[in-house]
Design a protein around this ligand. Sequence first.
Ligand SMILES: C[S@@+](CC[C@H](N)C(=O)[O-])C[C@H]1O[C@@H](n2cnc3c(N)ncnc32)[C@H](O)[C@@H]1O
Length: 563
Amino acid sequence: MEVNKLILGDCFEVLKTLESETIDLIYIDPPFFSNRTYEVIWGDKGEIRSFEDRFSGGIDHYISWLKERVQELYRVLKPTGSIFVHCDWHANAYIRVYILDKIFGTSNFVNEIIWQRTNNPKGSQFEKKNLGVATDTIWWYAKSQNYTFQEKFIRLTLQNGELSAKYPYFDEKNRYAQGPVIRGASMGERPNLVYEYKGYTPEKWGWRMTKDKLEELDKAGDLGWSKNKKPFRKLRPENDKGNPIYNFWSDIKRLYGGSAEAIGYPTQKPEKLLERIILMASNEGDTILDCFMGGGTTIAVADKLNRNWIGIDQSVQAVKVTEFRLNVQQNLFSKPFTVQLHKYDYDTLRYQDAFEFESWIVGQFGGVANAKQRGDLGIDGRSKDNQPIQVKRSDNIGRNVVDNFYSACQRFDKNVFDKNKKEEKYVGVIIAFSFGKGAIQEVARLKNDENVLIQLVNVEDIVPIAKKPALQINIKDLGSVKNLREIEFTAVGNSASGIQFYAWDFNYNDTTFVPEFFLDKIGKQTYKFKAGEHKIAVKVVDNEGLESLEVIKLKVNGVVTTL
Ligand SMILES: C[S@@+](CC[C@H](N)C(=O)[O-])C[C@H]1O[C@@H](n2cnc3c(N)ncnc32)[C@H](O)[C@@H]1O
């Protein structure tokens, strides 16, 4: 199955297209069942539709909406996989009892994780007759008892301050803490462990180990004596496995506007949260799925941790923001990824590598493309009924293409040609961006005069196509501020489907778009530049998720000139 893919669409429909038992770990953070303002993040048409869809019938409706999606998630999860469902008090009880217990089974419940997302909850600011809510719930269920569990990641290594507090003593070897070497009364009597060592004999409960083990400990320099001659064990930091992580997670802070990873939309989860989940419950190379991916926290972290991933969201903005976020964090060694929208951009298809395009469009048509780059007689593949297909990656195809194709079909496979002709089926298919009048007339003539049917198919009849948005950038010099020059940029996008947002990269490097501002819905930014030459790249994204890039080169040197 193709992985490392961002897919636009309602996850219910998209999940149905994924193969069963192919996913190792799922994290979902579906819209909570709360109220209108909080629920709508992006405000685009996909999200509004989804919002109305799940809200129309109260909690029962919400639960059945989510349940049918979790059912699909169960199907695609491997038997060794886990699911983490992030929710809050509005629906967590329903989600556990009516969805997860029912689909995964109560015996596959792993943990109820409580994440303290704030220590200043809203409720407590107002004079309300209840307590402020500081926590979310994350349900962890596995598909079987044989689920992936990385023991080493359920402990947190001690930080510097913690280390010195926990191991306050020093000797010639290292830091240490004092631990017991004598058994306590609650541990019961052990006469065989009562022996004398270096003048000390414990009471009837005995030592914690046999004499030879104690001698070993001593030899290693890990047995100590207090001032009043009581023995203790020296516990060393190098043997400390770290503090265990329990199911109450209060050490991961929610994102604040200024933090480096904040993209600027509510409900964005911190990367640390996803890092913990992914490390705990998957291996490198595994495939992670988030089908309510929002701004792509799960995907970004999965990519950083060398996992494969599939991200789904019904909002164009979510998909594009995740794409840009991945661009920002990717480097030379990063795996390539694809973005699947509802429409294909005409320019990208039209000017893509010819062979790549031919194979792809033949596949989309339901046929089989030639494996080799140069097909016999210009035939690029076969339809599912075995008719030859020719692909022309151009517009306004003329009469001569039809004539040449007609004779190629006869020579390609005479038997198939004769059979199709006799049965009054198409003898071949030409796929192109558009056909000229000459080609259409020639196809009609062949039908009338020679009883031969050739099918002309526009690319647009196979896959939906749209034109990219247009983009224009205006600049205004706002003058000097200290040693810097402040410039105002106004982006004006135009698209038949409407503009979603703009993104800005003020240090464009000619190859990768690394935006500093992801989600500019207005299209206006000011930026301060040092003297010198600068490249600014702006992207506009329309309602279909199609984008255009515009690059401006500026020279700042007392005055501002565009290059
Ligand atoms: C709470 S946000 C997820 C935030 C995400 N965890 C993050 O850190 O950025 C929920 C997301 O679910 C998406 N969504 C809602 N209904 C959906 C559906 N039916 N299919 C796919 N995505 C959906 C919304 O567009 C929104 O982006």
